[in-house]
Design a protein around this ligand. Sequence first.
Ligand code: NAD
Length: 482
Amino acid sequence: MPDAKQLFINNQWQAPASGQTMEVVNPATEETIALVAAAGRDDVDAAVAAARAALEGPWSRSSARERGRLVHRVATRLMERADEIARLETLHNGKPISESRQIEIPAAAECFEYFAGWADKVTGETIPVKGNHLTYTLREPVGVVAAIVPWNFPLLLAAWKIAPALACGNTVILKPASQTPLTALALAEVALEAGLPPGVFNVLTGPGGTLGQALVEHPGIDKIAFTGDTATGKSIMRGAADTLKKITLELGGKSPNIVLADADIDAALRGASIGIFYGKGEVCAAGSRLLVDRAIKDEFVDKLAARAKKIVPGDPLDPKTRFGAVASKKQLETVLRYIESGRSEGATLVAGGARADIGTGKGYFVQPTIFADVAPAMTIAREEIFGPVLAAIEFADLDEAIARANDSAYGLAAGVWTRDIKKGHYVARKLQAGTVWINTYNVYDTAAPFGGYKQSGFGREMSAHALEHYTQVKSVWVDLNM
Ligand code: NAD
């Protein structure tokens, strides 16, 4: 672990100008595990100067293939250090080590591998225009990119931004969430070991309100790639307006998971459970609204509740643990407040509903929680909880299922369970969501685009679509008249 109290600017570790630090807490033990630097405006100036110098200097002269090789080396080095980085991810986030080691770190590495392959395949076009001209396009980098990421998948969501940005020739300043800065600092080490030139990748740790804001307002930054809360996304959009920065926003969700009466019930039960309880429900695409056909509702909810009661929170560092700690005290309080609102607004609690203790008397653990008889107007049916709390809502027919699913300000993801292939595709087309899963849930691949409809944001991460957000198109006209 590098000295966590330092920032990574221009391939050097340096103390923040203010000398100030912030505590990082392990949510499973409530212990302070590190002090990290709290960067401010002066540090943003330094990082921007380094990123711009690299952008206009050696990085712009590197060949696309060479950039691809360097990005690929990041992937290789990440996997070589996967055990240690997975441990850091679990320590600051509270997710089970099996998830960090088997899912998140490999997915982050895969993202670097995937975009490394794209580096020398981003091409322009020649265009048949009027008159005697040769007209062609160049796909050029956008410039200095600030990547601002949340605490639920700290390394993976950073990779989704950094990998395409670097492959396309941009330079990057990464700002991790205050709660989870440790793997971003480890990634800085990895970048150094992979041989990225100075200034190409920089990491500033610090609070969102001040450091994040400073990045959003800085005239030397060309693009903000953000994942986080919808309210923060709106504030970033306003803040970026003055300098007309390009922005992509991956925001919150309240994703519906629809179970039709003809579904394979065992598969749907597994999918509904994974949909809400994977990652402690701290997943932007969590299937947090379960829409179940009235005909099967009672049986389905009973079976799901029985499953939920078997999911026992445990020590995140234990390889056998499948359900960890909520990421922070603040988040624990938010989740408990929503559970209380479910109770007081009249929903029926059928599983969980309380803080959990893993036998240590410490840690921000919550029982997997399910509410039945939830009315669409209730707070727990409308607001993103970002925790392991499921709201089960019934519907009478397919039209009502679709209407209820779309009755949300969000549109990130959705699921539908049915044995009828025509119904599955029909519902997929009708749902207002950036991702629809049919007879599965929470599956991702770097080659498939991910992003929001409606207030879940705009822009797409992963896949070839991400390249559009990290390049800009220049038309070049050449007079060929003799
Ligand atoms: P958040 O918006 O509070 O913080 C996200 C990041 O933004 C952090 O790094 C934070 O420090 C920074 N930040 C905070 N205020 C800022 C400001 N005014 N200006 C600039 N930066 C600022 O979100 P969170 O609580 O860390 O994350 C949870 C949210 O993220 C949930 O709403 C979840 O749905 C969303 N999320 C979305 C996706 C997706 O892909 N759509 C993925 C994961 C999480």
